[in-house]
Design a protein around this ligand. Sequence first.
Ligand code: 5GP
Length: 181
Amino acid sequence: MAAIASFSLLRSFAATTARAFLTVKPPSTVSSACLLPLRSRRLQFNASATNNEEAAARESAANADSGAPTIFDKIIAKEIPSSIVYEDDKVLAFRDINPEAPVHVLVVPKFRDGLTQLGKSEARHGEILGQLLYAAKIVAEKEGILDGFRVVINSGPDACQSVYHLHLHVLGGRQMKWPPG
Ligand code: 5GP
């Protein structure tokens, strides 16, 4: 029931936040080396840079479910410093070390609970998924970008996900393009 309620919250949030976009495979908002369309419809791109990025993404994916602590676990445990923007008992939001926009904040669940990537989510994760999305809105508010921001989730190697601990990218502070590119 809680999961259903959270997904309803998630849906209505998406409907009312006209200028926030939730994109699962957004080539324009990850690093430029990661302009990686699906293999079945490849576009022009820098082959060597992309191949490196793709190889790194596939290597990360291969270890995704090992259960080993991720870099984000270490940030959550405060073993590695980060610039924290928002924190509660379930969620941590901190600035990306390699920002792709004037505002680039990562929102992560403190307890991974199998959520290495969105593609591994199950119905039982509905509540935390809703909390992460709402935390993204709080971050946007705190950063003064409520007039327009983008929420991105890279899920899996075809999306060049590099850290296998679910995270939302909150991007803003500049004009975003649509379609991404
Ligand atoms: P992904 O490619 O998995 O969607 O995004 C991972 C993000 O984590 C990248 O944007 C990358 O810059 C960021 N990142 C990787 N390592 C660190 C780190 O040690 N600290 C912070 N703040 N961000 C990191």
